[in-house]
Design a protein around this ligand. Structure first.
Ligand code: TMP
Length: 238
């Protein structure tokens, strides 16, 4: 592939911006320092987060690719930018929980830290104004957001990601509590899109159960980017 040039801004999300590239099949994903929680209600710029997450995501996507989960990630372009395949996104979030925290505790009155074995799987409709409501397969089918086959594929791939990453984090002394994935199609193939970073998962230290992910920002625990870097260091990302 020739040197890619950055084109016009396509979409600016809460933490990342997407630009056209000189190749119509690829976009440039820019990881910003902006951090948001509670559907954009709490916002802050945290110096170094964009760079940390860009590198973190590249590391995880390459591992997943090796494990047979096809992703949109192509290559790192700069400290804060990655080249990705242009996906037609399915507007749903796929969440697996190994341990109860966050939404499921509020919804079902569970105590944080309860082991969920087997893990749970949930779909959410990606819509900030509606606060990402929980949905099921039938809503996805009814509104034409994905086919039966894609729904099954999203579930299978999300569990495959869980198996791989649960082991990876555990071997590095951490618990993968839960995470969120998004998928999209590229030339008829369903690929993992968006990102896998501490912004979209919960990770605790196995010994101390200290929270190392975006809950540090949500709950004002401090040292947000430093904790993301702690996770990266434990995983051997440099
Ligand atoms: P929840 O406990 O708030 O439902 O979140 C479950 C997981 O999904 C957690 O790791 C955070 C992640 N998540 C996102 O990345 N983006 C979102 O918009 C939401 C609601 C959750």
């Amino acid at each position: 592939m020739e040197k890619v040039e950055k084109g016009e801004l396509i979409n600016s999300g809460k933490a990342k911006s997407l630009y056209k590239s000189s190749d119509p099949d690829f976009y440039i994903m820019h990881y910003r320092d902006d951090t948001s929680a509670f559907d954009g209600v709490k916002k802050e710029s945290l110096e170094g987060k964009g760079k940390t997450n860009n590198k973190f995501n590249a590391f995880i996507m390459l591992i997943l690719e090796k494990e047979g989960v096809a992703t949109h990630f192509q290559k790192l372009l700069s400290d804060t930018e990655s080249l990705v395949k242009k996906l037609d996104m399915v507007p749903v979030e796929c969440v697996i929980r190994n341990v109860a925290a966050g939404g499921i505790c509020r919804r079902l009155g569970l105590e944080e830290g309860l082991d969920l074995d087997p893990p749970t799987f949930e779909f959410f409709y990606k819509n900030d104004e509606l606060h990402d409501p929980m949905i099921n397969d039938y809503h996805i089918k009814c509104f034409g957001w994905a086919s039966d086959e894609q729904i099954e594929e999203m579930k299978i791939k999300t569990f495959q990601v869980n198996d791989t990453l649960k082991r990876l984090f555990s071997e590095a002394g951490m618990i993968l509590v839960d995470f969120k994935l998004e998928f999209g199609s590229f030339k008829g193939e369903l690929l993992l899109g968006d990102e896998f970073t501490p912004d979209g998962c919960r990770v605790w230290d196995s010994e101390t159960r200290e929270k190392l992910d975006k809950d540090r920002f949500r709950q004002d625990l401090g040292n947000v980017v430093e904790s993301y870097q702690t996770i990266a260091k434990k995983l051997g990302i440099n």
